[in-house]
Write a protein of this length. Structure first.
Length: 635
């Protein structure tokens, strides 16, 4: 089964490769597995300087040293180039890289220029290299200490407190701060790496580790990795630290600092089942191993779907696996996102929306229908709340976004995308929908995709009649703002008990009983929906009865802190300060600072005092988010 599918995919790639060129010149197809690029106008990525239709990178070989003293990564990147016969140059992306030399495979120097830096937005500068016939180029370089993709942690910033730590975050366009290549999601590349690090640190990457590390005799070890499947370069990732591994199944396992490993293991012990559930839904897991690393709490996201090595925040650990939708989500990206990838970030819903739907299907299989329906209902509420805020027809609320319209939180790409898939499923039935989604993954495996492509695919491979096409409202869903009228709403019963408890509390102040037996989703629904204006006495009563400040679930704790700070509740400030000092996850940090900044003379000084202390400990992504928010206040 798997074999046949793989061969079919290669055939598609090879033929696509000869037809990919807009001007009709065939590109060489001798490289074993080169993914096609799309050349239609809506597939052209304005966040890259690369001109892949002229010359493109097909393979990256990194040979890098991690220097924890100077906080620098440096070494060489050797790129395989596939170029039109008459191509004179290749253009790469760079953001702050310090180039030492560029040569061809034989050591012959190649001319190059570093263009001017884009003013903002992290696009960086074009690195243009004269090819002079070269098929391989060797770039010797250093990444600066402030490379935005990288976060260097001092020993004090780790759980163990003894060794430094380093991790990278590539999505969306950060990898150009440490890897000189064509940094666009539509330009897939295979890669390999040799990474050296001081003992006793271990290194993991989003590729398969090759053999045992080699002792270099100088206090350092070399680790080798291979990713033999073409991936978009934002998925190249690395972490190094004092970390240990524990298997959760024959092909799954988890890395974490020794003092975190037990808690991490307990939380993700279901992973093998999640992978099996995903495979039953949409076909074989094609990447070999599925491992995870639970990072230090400064990791700016909940999770990142780095192939064969999902990166996770430790803040999802609740002791009861109630936040494991996160694991299902990052796993689902092994199909939606990593196999079939948005060609441009404006079509991010193809990654995140399809994944959020897929996540919910995995949750349903492994944790049951009730939990899945509750999580879907939270997602739906987020869409409605966001549309109420920005306007039901605001331009940024279409799934397909051209231009650089900032995505509106997670409500559109994630939740509207999720509900689009759900609506299709309910309209045509699970069996037909699942068959369609599976063929979408199979037929576009290891290739980029666009909104237009999935629209055409739905019309060809799902829709059976003009009447059905109309009923599905495909064009409205993908290209038009707002929420189409045929949306498959969540089951109103999903939160019947909670919503009654909200009404009772809002009406007569009755605080619910049995709180500790409520699911995390139920607790979140309650905190999301109770009246926003609370007196100090009301907050104290709520906290006393429900133990909110002592919850083991950071999602619930976050909602409590947000509510408390929005009501200028002094007793919550010390805990908020601790939370903001220990955790760097942008989804928690940014809104808490935003709430404080909204609280005038009470909140602003608190926000500024805490941020002055915590800013340096945040990853560049989180820092940029909070900086923006503080700057808004100045301006
Ligand atoms: N790919 C995203 C993380 C991401 C998004 C990084 C945009 C950079 C830019 C990841 O899969 C994700 O969606 N993470 C969510 C988890 C979730 C919705 C369960 C997160 O980090 O909160
Ligand atoms: Zn995601």
């Amino acid at each position: 089964m798997y074999r046949a599918a793989t061969l079919a995919a290669i055939a598609v790639l090879a033929s696509a490769c000869t037809t990919m060129d807009a001007e009709g010149d065939a590109m060489p197809t001798d490289t074993a597995m080169v993914s096609p690029i799309l050349t239609t106008p809506e597939a052209v990525d304005d966040q890259t300087y690369a001109q892949p239709q002229v010359a493109r990178v097909t393979h990256v070989a990194l040979d890098l040293d991690l220097d924890f003293d100077s906080q620098r990564v440096g070494g060489t990147a050797t790129l395989d180039v596939l170029a039109k016969p008459d191509a004179e140059k290749i253009v790469l992306d760079s953001n702050g890289l310090m180039i030492r030399s560029i040569t061809d495979g034989q050591g012959r120097a190649l001319k190059y220029t570093m263009g001017t830096m884009a003013n903002e937005g992290g696009k960086g500068a074009p690195l243009t290299i004269m090819l002079d016939g070269a098929k391989k180029i060797v770039i010797a370089y250093d990444a600066p200490a402030d490379a935005e993709a990288l976060q260097w942690l001092t020993p004090e910033q780790t759980a163990g407190g003894k060794y430094p730590y380093l991790f990278s975050q590539g999505q969306a366009i950060l990898n150009r701060t440490w890897i000189p290549t064509q940094d666009s999601p539509g330009i897939r590349q295979t890669w390999e790496a040799r990474i050296t690090a001081p003992k006793p640190l271990d290194v993991v990457m989003s590729g398969v580790r090759q053999g045992e590390p080699e002792d270099l005799g100088n206090g350092r070890r070399a680790f080798r990795f291979v990713m033999d499947k073409p991936v978009p370069p934002y998925l190249i990732a690395l972490a190094a630290g004092d970390i240990d591994f524990r298997a959760t199944g024959p092909r799954t396992g988890v890395w974490a600092e020794p003092s975190t490993l037990d808690r991490a293991y307990n939380e993700v012990a279901d992973t093998e089942q999640l992978v099996e559930a995903a495979e039953e839904l949409y076909g074989d897991y094609r990447w070999g191993r599925y491992d995870m690393i639970v990072l230090p709490p400064s990791f700016p996201y909940g999770g990142m779907e780095n192939p064969v090595m999902t990166f996770l925040t430790p803040t999802f650990i609740a002791g009861d696996r109630s936040n494991n939708g996160l694991v299902a989500h990052e796993l689902a990206h092994s199909w939606s996102g990593n196999l079939v990838t948005n060609a441009v970030w404006g079509d991010g819903w193809l990654n995140e929306g399809v994944t959020s739907y897929f996540e919910n299907r995995i949750v349903e299989k492994v944790y049951g229908k009730k939990r899945a329906e509750q999580e879907a209902a939270l997602a739906y509420a987020n869409i409605i709340e966001t549309l109420n805020e920005v306007g039901a027809d605001a331009p940024g609320t279409a799934l397909h976004n051209d231009g650089d319209g900032e995505l509106i939180g997670s409500a559109i790409a994630y939740d509207k995308g999720h509900f689009f898939m759900r609506t299709l499923e309910r309209a045509v039935g699970r069996e037909r929908f699942d068959a369609w989604l599976r063929q979408w993954f199979d037929n576009h495996a290891f290739q980029p995709a666009t909104s237009q492509l999935i629209y055409d695919d739905l019309r060809t491979n799902l829709v059976r009649s003009p009447e059905e096409a109309k009923q599905l409202m495909l064009h409205e869903w993908i290209f038009e703002p707002g929420l189409p009228s045929n949306v498959a709403k969540p089951d109103p019963q999903a939160f019947a008990t909670v919503d009654a408890a909200v009404a009772a509390y809002a009406g007569s102040g009755t605080i619910p009983t049995g709180w500790n037996d409520w699911s995390a989703a139920e607790q979140m629904r309650f905190l999301d929906n109770i009246p926003k204006q609370r007196t100090a006495a009301q907050l104290a009563a709520l906290n006393d009865a429900l133990g909110l400040a002592d919850t083991g679930n950071n999602e619930v704790l976050f909602l409590w802190l947000e509510l408390a700070l929005a009501n200028r509740y002094d007793p919550a400030v010390p805990q908020a300060e601790t939370f903001l000092s220990e955790i760097g996850r942008a989804k928690f940090v940014r809104p808490l600072f935003a709430v404080l900044m909204d609280q005038g003379d009470w909140g602003k000084p608190i926000a500024k005092r805490i941020y002055a202390k915590t800013r340096d400990s945040y990853h560049a992504v989180t820092r940029a988010g909070v900086d923006r928010l503080m700057a808004k206040d100045e301006g």
